[in-house]
Ligand binder design. Structure first.
Ligand code: PHE
Length: 487
């Protein structure tokens, strides 16, 4: 072992002058010797000093010229005393030797190259380039200007050799004890006193964890949760995928003939197909506001049917939960609230690269007296800048339950373009007043999908790679813990 050889050598010698020579003498490779020296240096068994030697090596091109002569010399010797045509000469030498050779030979004033003929200008030439290359190959030192000339022609390249001179270090011993990495029961009964322990390597990478990885969506969900909590929001209970049409649609002032309430868009439940209980006095007020309005609204002017409201479905948005929460809030003396939810919703959609029949919504709402659209925009700026999007734009939109409504666009610094990031609005008085909330209470709210930002953040372009049975478990293990705020 090179390690033992180094320590043994230092026992009788002052120093190893050069690790390269030492390796040769002892029959080790220099690499192995250097590794042993570095390791011994780590435990202070030896001290080292760097040795750096620069030497010139022939490049592949340089090697061919050292063997066959420089192109200019080859060209010169290929020209007979009476001269030769360019075409014949080129054929004789090949394109590359002809091209480089004639350039250099003209520069050296060895030859004259006319339009068609090439002739010698001198009788005899020496191939200096070849002899310089041979000298370099022998390890001779050349004049700087010769080195420069060969370097410029890329015939030689600099090689840097690194090695060490080595002396005993403070912990020197003729043999290194293998340091213990563990304290065993046997050690405790006596020999622990004589053990040398391996030092901790605090920069070592830990072994990869084999279990307990969060799904990519859950990682982003956690980030959203942290942001909501930092902003003082409480989580709404979203543990009911099954919901009645009443809470999912009617309470949100969504008329019963709205296309979203069609089975083409919504999954209705077969068993149990209808809800058992609804708050009757509130249902009566919702019926009234749909049919003939109230509180300053004209309503929709249609015949509202209880059977439609009773139909059970898989909730199409988490706003169904928001409507339940606001109703519960209206039953008590009013208190301002900030609520959020992140959970699954279902829509009867054609599945493609960006759509599945189920996905997750992130929803936030604030209710307080006298809130304005400016408050909504301010909260959205706060929220999205915590996600790394500080430039926002708003576009008027329509939701049955909000007025005004705004689509939210954020400037994506990575893509250098505006991307749609969510939907928002102020809940309508037609929704809030029948619940019994005080008249001056306003509710501002917004929603977005969890999948879209996750796909953007993790560079996933097919939703089926993110969610469902085709997801690669390896990716779940290796995807970064957090991407939000990284640009
Ligand atoms: N429920 C809306 C949707 O499904 C999102 C939204 C929530 C819009 C709250 C406005 C206010 O897209």
């Amino acid at each position: 072992m090179a390690e033992d050889a180094v320590l043994a050598f230092l026992q009788t010698n002052e120093q190893i002058v050069n690790s390269g020579d030492f390796a040769d003498e002892q029959g080790f490779s220099h690499e192995e010797t250097v590794n042993a020296i570095k390791s011994l240096r780590g435990t202070k068994h030896v001290d080292t000093q760097d040795i750096k030697k620069e030497s010139w090596l022939l490049t592949d091109e340089g090697k061919t010229y050292a063997a066959n002569g420089s192109p200019e010399f080859q060209l010169f010797t290929a020209i007979p005393p009476e001269g030769i045509s360019r075409a014949d000469l080129q054929k004789k030498l090949g394109d590359s030797v002809f091209k480089i050779g004639s350039q250099q030979a003209i520069k050296n004033k060895w030859v004259e190259v006319g339009k068609t003929q090439v002739s010698r200008k001198v009788e005899h030439v020496d191939d200096n380039v070849k002899s310089m290359l041979l000298k370099i190959d022998e390890g001779e030192v050349l004049k700087q200007e010769d080195i420069d000339a060969l370097k410029r022609r890329k015939l030689i390249s600099l090689q840097i050799w690194k090695g060490f001179s080595v002396k005993k270090g403070p912990n020197y011993a003729p043999k290194r004890k293998k340091p213990a990495t563990d304290l065993t029961r046997e050690n405790l009964s006596g020999d622990w006193k004589n053990l040398e322990f391996k030092e901790y390597n605090f920069t070592a990478k830990g072994a990869p964890v084999e279990g307990g990885h969060l799904h990519t969506l859950l990682k982003v969900k956690q980030q959203f949760q942290t942001i909501f909590r930092q902003m003082g929001f409480e989580e709404m209970p979203t543990n009911n995928y099954a919901e009645s049409s009443f809470w999912n649609f009617d309470a949100l002032f969504q008329p019963q003939q709205h296309p979203a309430r069609d089975s083409h868009d919504t999954f209705f439940l077969r068993e149990p197909s209808t809800t058992r209980t609804l708050p009757e006095d509130y249902v009566a007020r919702v019926k009234l506001i749909h049919e003939s309005g109230g509180y300053g609204s004209r309503g929709y002017g249609y015949d509202w049917k209880r059977e439609e409201a009773n139909k059970n479905l898989l909730r199409t948005h988490t706003t169904a939960v928001s409507s339940r929460m606001l109703y519960a809030l209206a039953k008590k003396p009013f208190e301002p609230k900030k609520y959020y939810s992140i959970d699954r919703v279902f829509r009867n959609e054609a599945v493609d690269r960006t759509h599945l029949a189920e996905f997750h919504q992130v929803e936030g709402l604030i209710c307080d007296r006298g809130l304005t659209l400016g408050d909504l925009q301010g909260v959205l700026h706060d929220f999205f800048s915590r996600l790394g999007m500080s430039k926002l734009r708003f576009k008027p939109a329509y939701n049955p339950y909000t007025e005004p409504s705004m689509e939210i666009f954020g400037y994506h610094e990575g893509f250098k373009k505006w991307v749609e990031v969510g939907n928002s609005g102020m809940f309508r008085p037609e929704m809030l007043l029948p619940m019994g909330l005080p008249e001056d209470v306003r509710v501002i709210a917004w929603g977005l999908s969890l999948e879209r930002p996750t796909m953007i953040l993790y560079g996933i372009d097919n939703i089926r790679d993110l969610f469902g049975h085709k997801v690669d478990l390896g990716l779940i293990k290796t995807n970064g813990i957090c991407r939000i705020g990284l640009e």
